[in-house]
Ligand binder design. Structure first.
Ligand SMILES: *[C@@H]1O[C@H](CO)[C@@H](O)[C@H](O)[C@H]1NC(C)=O
Ligand SMILES: *[C@@H]1O[C@H](CO)[C@@H](O)[C@H](O)[C@H]1NC(C)=O
Ligand SMILES: *[C@@H]1O[C@H](CO)[C@@H](O)[C@H](O)[C@H]1NC(C)=O
Ligand SMILES: *[C@@H]1O[C@H](CO)[C@@H](O)[C@H](O)[C@H]1NC(C)=O
Ligand SMILES: *[C@@H]1O[C@H](CO)[C@@H](O)[C@H](O)[C@H]1NC(C)=O
Ligand SMILES: *[C@@H]1O[C@H](CO)[C@@H](O)[C@H](O)[C@H]1NC(C)=O
Ligand SMILES: *[C@@H]1O[C@H](CO)[C@@H](O)[C@H](O)[C@H]1NC(C)=O
Ligand SMILES: *[C@@H]1O[C@H](CO)[C@@H](O)[C@H](O)[C@H]1NC(C)=O
Ligand SMILES: *[C@@H]1O[C@H](CO)[C@@H](O)[C@H](O)[C@H]1NC(C)=O
Ligand SMILES: *[C@@H]1O[C@H](CO)[C@@H](O)[C@H](O)[C@H]1NC(C)=O
Ligand SMILES: *[C@@H]1O[C@H](CO)[C@@H](O)[C@H](O)[C@H]1NC(C)=O
Ligand SMILES: *[C@@H]1O[C@H](CO)[C@@H](O)[C@H](O)[C@H]1NC(C)=O
Length: 695
């Protein structure tokens, strides 16, 4: 995911150096003991799926084995078994650690390979290069690592290491690349002051804390990239970071840095191209000195507490700026503008910046892909010139917009359109072709949903028309769209019955079907697909009758089932006994009857919330049932008609935070963002920890 020209350049540079060092490894005879050690290593692992290890056998010269490179004397100097689907644990007595001439060790991306990293790693004193990323290593870093004095490249990212980042790393003075990101390291940051060759330091997504003043960053003459995002670092952002003559990329987002920048004195001679400080607690006046950092490409200061008025025309100094995010601070952006051109950014996020109109310079941004002007005070019409040729993601939600000027030249890439929380009335103004995410919720639309809606949305993953005044029936054409993962039509005045096809074929593709709070009637047809993929089915507050369909048991991924406030006549739905993901079950205010004890035989290990109130259930809850539901964190559990309240699942956290870093690839990576959303979203509010019990 880390796409940066800077790091690619350096990476290639030292890869090149590296290969020229190792190029001497042609047709030599493997030394006998080396062969035995390698076979010992092979036998310690489960290598049944590895192609490379398939070539390792007694009868052949080990220097010819896949993944092995020898020096001229037939000693193994490189071992590369990355992505070989190896599994097992490497322990202290593994013969790997007797390959004393090893210079390169690459076991990356074997996600079932791991264990505690053994102390005997320290025996491999010739190592210059270690890659163990995306394995399953755990525990603290052994102290013996400090013996690997020749290391220039150390990548332990994406494992389960924990404990402190050892102070003794200071002894590895040759290091150029150090990556411990995506582990569970904790504690304070040691000093890196002696690592004078260090070019990239990547510690993102750990649990490190405290200030980062232990190193005088401007004294590391080769540091190009510093990535400390997603930790709990605090204190001020050291000004020495802005005084470094080498640093190009400063990523400190999602920490707890505080304070302001005060006055930065003298010329800012910074080489910085990327400044990523979003989601911290920085405050005070907006740091005007950033306008002197002429090479800046990426500036993200969103979700801090900067205040003041920012004249947008100051940004015209930053000719190379391609991404700007100032959203959610305590400041006003002044977009009244002179005739000076704004940098041709591809991403511009000015959410919650106190804007009252669309900045005119947007017209001229020919590369703009991503525009967020949500949560401002913009009134009136969306101008047709907003649809710049490459626009992909447009968020104008939470303004006071009432209509949309007709546009002839819509971007063919328009993928995400969010207009929720405005004041649109009447009919839906238009459906962008090929849109993937469309949110028209919480406006004041009051028409029928066009019957051909499904044809307009043939690439759409997500549609929300919730919180309007749509009436009439739900168009069957929605079923023609096999992409749809989320349909939210809740909180409208829709009537008629639920189209069968939504439950029949559509339930294969749909993750969320929210029809809550309408006037839907009839029964819920018993036609859920055998391959039903529904995770969230919310039909609360309609006039639905009949029974809980038997075929709903096909929806084995179901997390939320809300049938509350309807007219269902049935007994407790014990046939849902194998929906093992179920977290929320609401049957409140229907005509359910009989006892609920069959639920003791269900497997709902995830269940957190159950609401059975206002029905005609009878009998006592058995001890067994209470045990079955013991994962529930109810502070009290009444043996008669438990009466539980729950909060509605909310749509939050649309994008994974990893996308913040995406700076160069434009459209392709925007698509990645959306896919990440659909694979990583859990359809429950993550803050839902408590269960409220009312008697
Ligand atoms: C180390 O691993 C080897 C092979 O996987 C195994 O035979 C041996 O028992 C292990 N030793 C210890 C101390 O766990
Ligand atoms: C080795 O790995 C394969 C594939 O993961 C697995 O099916 C097999 O059971 C494993 N064998 C042992 C001995 O662990
Ligand atoms: C580290 O830097 C020193 C000089 O500062 C240089 O002599 C040495 O070759 C460098 N090491 C590597 C691996 O580039
Ligand atoms: C940090 O290092 C730079 C360059 O080596 C030096 O000029 C500066 O005085 C140092 N700053 C501090 C606070 O030690
Ligand atoms: C802007 O980018 C261009 C091309 O990458 C580069 O040549 C130029 O030096 C940059 N300008 C500044 C002020 O860094
Ligand atoms: C917002 O900025 C104003 C000054 O512009 C200041 O008075 C106020 O305290 C700030 N509010 C917060 C929450 O920081
Ligand atoms: C927003 O702008 C109005 C004037 O248009 C001003 O009164 C108000 O203080 C601004 N709010 C913030 C947070 O800057
Ligand atoms: C837009 O571009 C035109 C022609 O390049 C220029 O004359 C005009 O001043 C620009 N307008 C803005 C607001 O940047
Ligand atoms: C649009 O902006 C709002 C408010 O800033 C935010 O809640 C929403 O998630 C954004 N929508 C998309 C699709 O990014
Ligand atoms: C919503 O639209 C109706 C007309 O369709 C209008 O009477 C009503 O005032 C509007 N409500 C709001 C809050 O604008
Ligand atoms: C689940 O319920 C069905 C129908 O009520 C029943 O046939 C089946 O045996 C139950 N399965 C378990 C594991 O209790
Ligand atoms: C649970 O299942 C067992 C065996 O399948 C059955 O004997 C028992 O009656 C069931 N309990 C309830 C409450 O349905």
């Amino acid at each position: 995911m880390r796409i940066s020209l800077v790091s690619c350049f350096f990476f290639n540079l030292y890869i090149a150096t590296f290969f020229s060092m190792a190029a001497l490894s042609v047709s030599v005879q493997c030394q006998r003991n080396q062969q035995q050690l390698l076979l010992g290593f092979k036998n310690s692992l489960n290598s049944s799926l590895s192609e490379k290890l398939g070539t390792w056998n007694q009868g052949t010269d080990c220097c010819s084995w896949d993944g092995i490179t020898c020096d001229t004397s037939g000693r193994v100097i490189q071992l590369d078994l990355s992505s070989q689907r190896l599994s097992g644990e490497i322990n202290n007595s593994n013969s790997l650690f007797r390959l004393r001439h090893l210079q390169t060790l690459k076991l990356a991306h074997n996600t079932q390979l791991g264990g505690q990293l053994p102390e005997s790693i320290g025996n491999l004193g010739q190592l210059t290069w270690i890659e163990l990323w995306s394995c399953k290593f755990t525990g603290p870093i052994p102290k013996t690592l400090e013996k690997l004095k020749r290391l220039i490249h150390l990548d332990f990212s994406h494992n389960n290491f924990f404990g402190p980042v050892p102070k003794t790393l200071e002894k590895l003075t040759q290091l150029i690349y150090l990556d411990f990101s995506y582990n569970s390291f904790s504690g304070p940051l040691p000093s890196f002051a002696s690592l004078r060759n260090l070019s990239e330091l990547i510690l993102a997504r750990n649990q490190l804390n405290g200030p980062i003043l232990s190193t005088n960053w401007s004294s590391l003459p080769n540091l190009v990239s510093l990535d400390l995002r997603r930790n709990s670092f605090s204190g001020t952002v050291p000004l020495t970071l802005f005084q470094s003559e080498s640093l190009k990329e400063m990523a400190l987002a999602q920490n707890q840095f505080s304070g302001g920048f005060g006055e930065v004195e003298g010329e800012v001679s910074s080489q910085l191209e990327v400044i990523d400080l979003n989601h911290n607690g920085l405050e005070g006046q907006f740091p005007m000195f950033v306008f002197e950092i002429k090479g800046l490409r990426y500036l993200s200061l969103s979700w801090n507490k900067f205040s003041g008025v920012i004249p947008l025309n100051a940004f015209q100094k930053l000719k190379n700026l391609s991404s700007l995010d100032l959203s959610y601070n305590n400041m006003s952006v002044d977009s009244t503008f002179t005739n000076l051109p704004f940098p041709d950014v591809y991403e511009l996020n000015l959410a919650s910046c106190n804007l009252t109109k669309f900045p005119e310079f947007l017209k001229n941004l020919s590369f703009l892909q991503d525009l967020d002007l949500s949560n401002n005070r913009i009134h009136g019409q969306i101008p047709s010139w907003i649809w710049t040729p490459h626009l992909f993601h447009l968020n104008l939600s939470l303004n006071f917009l009432v209509e949309l000027e007709r546009a002839s030249n819509m971007s063919p890439y328009m993928g995400v359109l969010d207009l929720h929380g405005n004041q649109f009335q009447g009919k839906i103004p238009f459906f962008p072709p090929d849109v993937r995410y469309l949110d028209y919720s919480n406006n004041n639309f009051s028409s029928v949903i066009p019957s051909e809606i499904g044809d307009f949305l043939n690439s759409c993953d997500f549609i929300s028309l919730a919180g309007n005044n749509f009436h009439g029936s739900i168009p069957e054409s929605l079923c023609s769209n096999f992409h749809l993962a989320v349909i939210d039509l809740s909180n409208n005045s829709l009537s008629g019955s639920i189209p069968h096809c939504l439950l029949t074929q559509m339930s294969m593709w749909l993750g969320v079907l929210n029809l809550k709070q309408n006037n839907l009637s009839g029964i819920i047809s018993d036609t859920f697909s055998e391959h039903c993929g529904l995770q969230n089915l919310d039909l609360n507050q309609n006039r639905l009758g009949g029974k809980v369909p038997k075929s709903l048991a096909n929806c084995r991924m179901l997390e939320v089932l809300d049938l509350g406030n309807n007219q269902i006549e049935d007994t407790f739905p014990c046939h849902l006994n194998s929906t093992s993901e179920l977290r929320v079950l609401v049957l409140r205010s229907n005509n359910f009857r009989g006892d609920v004890n069959c639920a003791a035989n269900t497997t709902w290990p995830m269940l957190q919330i159950i609401d059975l109130a206002s029905n005609s259930f009878s009998g006592k809850l058995s001890q067994g049932l209470l045990m079955t539901w013991n994962s529930m964190k109810a502070n009290k559990f009444e043996p008669y008609s438990p009466h539980l309240r729950y909060e509605l699942p909310l749509w939050t956290g649309i994008y994974s935070q990893d996308s913040v870093r995406v700076t160069m690839k434009g459209l392709e990576l925007e698509l990645v963002k959306i896919q990440t959303f659909f694979t990583s979203l859990t359809f429950l509010p993550t803050n839902l920890k408590a269960i409220y019990l009312k008697i």
